[in-house]
Write a protein that binds this ligand. Structure first.
Ligand code: ATP
Length: 515
């Protein structure tokens, strides 16, 4: 991970935001190459998700919406709980749903002593999440702890307390429910993850608005407006790409979890009588195939099905596509079957019916929805991690030296082709190279470079993932015969093979590789 972070900084992919002022935690800037890479990710997704399909339309809704939207969606109430983070597993728990108990032993000599007696000995803590077995679970864990520690004496009665009742000195002693080990839980903090602002001249309660924590609510709030334009029929989808903001308690792992990030979300509306499982599977497979199409190695993608008991009450099923990042296997893309919860909530809160009228059956109903939701930044990080390779390449004299290569899929690479005149002090070579650049530039992102030895120029392009390098040499000028006149050396980044290609064939060749 360190190598990737330093490459990103060195070559202008990603910088810390406001670095000259010491940075601001959870915010990142994308430099010249990062901006290109992001744009390519967005464009590929938009083309595949919206433009190349008949059943999905696009939307760009505002970042700040009516505050009632977030009441209806559950974000105002839902994000207000005291939260506890496990620093090791990165899991977050509602403090009032996390129970712990002191495990106390009554010394053998005083068998009559009770829990609060000062002569009891505390041997550790146990923890359990809220369920209908919380007390039993705590007791079983206490017995197990006593057995492990081979402590004699009688167990004092177990008293379950929720985490908001933990004393400051106890917090580091209570094990995390995720790891079973103490020391990783944070103190509970009342927390609403939505970033607030004020709209208008007043600064009072009535002016509070939120920066959206997800783009999805734009699709639900505009559902009726889009249906009324008459272009869509269930099943259909609304897709959006845009910035979202969450005041994450602990932003971490480079751009994986930040406070300002960009989402690509799509709400796919289906009939309430349709087979939601079929559509859920369809979208999981679509998302997986798409990740592979932008160069993410299939072997590093896995599926995680959220257990039924952890789903929100309205959710029918959620599957995450996970990626094996260097810091662990983590959620990349969530595909959730959300029933008709969101549209029903907006009907209730706004008083506007979100029912859909089905012409064929003459029936009105609130559609159900399947939501694939992904972050551009998490995809970008997965692409970088999947592409980073170190191998060996010959230098000018044929001696092998190590090289760093970003094996980006050509369709996603920030620069598609680099163009080099063999020598920069030969005006004919420079003029011809610039002519090739001008030929390609209207169609592809290309980069002209005349500085340094050719091997070094290749190496620089390998490191930023440029799939093709074109060298204009004396053969191109026809100095070695007419056969090779107007041909260039095309070098492939991955195989390092070189071949001669006619200038007139360059554009169709490159376009066939990068689209
Ligand atoms: P996590 O559990 O990692 O916080 P989440 O389940 O809250 O994520 P969703 O609300 O389902 O995430 O958001 C959909 C997608 O948006 C995620 O799969 C992820 O790709 C992206 N995303 C969410 N939060 C962040 C963040 N803080 N930084 C970057 N991307 C994010």
């Amino acid at each position: 991970m360190e190598k990737i972070v330093s490459l990103c900084k060195r070559r202008g992919f990603i910088f810390q935001s406001s670095e000259i002022y010491g940075g601001i935690n959870g915010f990142w800037d994308y430099g010249p190459l990062g901006a290109e890479l992001r744009k390519n990710i967005r464009d590929c997704w938009w083309n595949d998700m919206v433009r190349r399909r008949d059943d999905i339309v696009g939307l760009e809704s505002s970042i700040i919406m009516h505050p009632k939207v977030w009441e209806a969606s559950g974000h105002v109430a839902g994000f207000n709980d005291p939260m506890v983070d496990c620093k090791v597993s990165k899991q977050r728990f509602r403090a009032d749903q996390l129970f712990f108990a002191r495990v106390e032993i009554i010394p053998e000599a005083s068998a009559e002593t009770t829990h609060s007696d000062p002569s009891t000995q505390t041997i550790g803590y146990v923890v359990a999440l809220e369920s209908d077995r919380t007390d039993e679970e705590l007791r079983e864990k206490a017995i197990e702890l006593k057995r492990k520690k081979s402590i004699r004496g009688q167990l004092a009665p177990i008293v379950a307390l929720d985490f908001t009742q933990a004393k400051p000195e106890e917090i580091t002693l209570i094990p995390s429910p995720a790891t079973g080990e103490p020391g990783s839980l944070t103190a509970p903090r009342a927390f609403n993850m939505m970033l607030q602002t004020h709209v208008g001249a007043l600064r009072d309660e009535s002016a509070i608005a939120y920066l959206r924590p997800e783009t999805a609510q734009g699709m639900f709030a505009d559902f009726k407006a889009i249906v009324d334009t008459g272009r869509v029929k269930v099943p259909f989808g609304i897709a959006q790409i845009g910035k979202s903001f969450r005041n994450e308690i602990t932003p971490r792992n480079f751009i994986f979890r930040s406070r300002e990030f960009e989402q690509m979300e799509m709400e796919y509306f289906i009939s309430d009588q349709d087979d939601w499982m079929k559509w859920h599977r369809y979208w999981i497979d679509w998302c997986r195939d798409w990740l592979i199409s932008v160069g993410i190695p299939a072997a590093q993608i896995s599926e995680y099905n959220h257990p039924k008991e952890k789903l929100s009450h309205y959710s029918k099923g959620t599957t995450d596509l996970m990626f094996q990042y260097p810091f662990g296997t983590q959620e990349l893309w969530g595909i959730a079957a959300r029933g008709n919860y969101d549209l029903s909530q907006h009907s209730r809160f706004s008083g506007t019916s979100m029912e859909y009228f089905d012409e064929a059956s003459k029936r009105k109903y609130i559609p159900h929805v399947i939501e694939p939701a992904v972050g551009v930044d998490r995809i970008l990080l997965a692409i970088l991690c999947g592409a980073y390779t170190e191998d060996e390449a010959p230098d000018e004299k044929g001696k092998m030296e190590s090289r760093v290569v970003l094996r980006f899929a050509p369709r996603i690479a920030p620069i598609k082709a680099a163009i080099f005149p063999l020598l920069k002090n030969k005006p004919e070579l420079v003029a011809k190279a610039k002519a090739v650049r001008d030929l390609l530039r209207p169609h592809l992102t290309v980069f002209y470079d005349e500085a340094g030895a050719i091997g070094r120029r290749y190496r620089r392009q390998d490191e930023i993932g440029t799939p093709f390098c074109l060298t204009i040499d004396f053969e191109t000028l026809g100095e070695k015969g007419d056969d090779l006149k107007d041909t260039v050396t095309l070098r492939d980044r991955d195989s390092m093979k070189q071949e001669r290609v006619k200038v007139s064939e360059l554009l169709p060749f490159l376009l066939s590789k990068v689209c």
